[in-house]
Design a protein around this ligand. Structure first.
Ligand code: IMP
Ligand code: MG
Length: 176
């Protein structure tokens, strides 16, 4: 198995500082309310587990797994739901946790779906955002970091199923 050495982009310390801040902001904004957190599998599990532990709120955690519809390589369209919620979101404040917003396709359709299921509010927390690639007009309510258009790994993000366990965010080097 090939083992690339990634180039450091965002350190563990920078990540944890940002998570701490996001936790405080979200806690303040949802004060006195209950929150349904939707962790988008697979990539968001690390971000989600760190951030929910910084929330001082009553939280119910749900998981969803969505696959990009891929009849063509660069296809856009409704993603396939591989794993759905275990309970209704009607009347609930929902906060989606996503690892990275690239085209915005996944999150766009998920937001529409949750509104259709009559969530009271739907907000989005994303660890990373690539502005150049964005094709859908997505409002990220709580963002970790904006990055350049490059392929990143670690902190939940994978390359061919690998590197999710890295405690930092790295760039998969083009030199390899
Ligand atoms: P979107 O629907 O195009 O926004 O797709 C976002 C998904 O693409 C993320 O949840 C990731 O699984 C994947 N992705 C996009 N960019 C990267 C990257 O740089 N590294 C790893 N995965 C990525
Ligand atoms: Mg992925």
């Amino acid at each position: 198995m090939e083992n690339f050495i990634p180039e450091m982009l965002i350190t563990e310390e920078e990540i944890s500082d940002r998570i701490e801040t996001l936790g405080q902001i979200i806690t303040k904004e949802f004060e006195g309310q209950e929150l349904v957190v939707i962790c988008i599998l697979k990539g968001a599990f690390v971000f989600c587990s760190d951030l929910i532990r910084k929330l001082n709120l009553p939280v119910r955690v749900e998981y969803m797994m969505l696959n990009r519809y891929s009849r063509e390589k660069l296809s856009f369209g409704e993603p396939k739901i591989e794993l759905d919620l275990t309970g209704p979101v009607e009347g609930k404040n929902v906060l989606i946790f996503e690892d990275i917003i690239d085209s915005g396709n996944t999150v766009y359709f998920l937001t529409e779906l949750l509104k259709h299921r009559r969530a009271r509010s739907v907000k989005l927390a994303a660890m990373l955002y690539k502005p150049n690639k964005s094709k859908f007009n997505i409002k990220i309510d709580y963002l970790g970091f904006e990055i350049e258009d490059q392929f990143v790994i670690g902190y939940g993000l994978d390359y061919q199923g690998r590197y999710r366990e890295l405690p930092y965010i790295g760039i998969l080097n083009a030199g390899h």
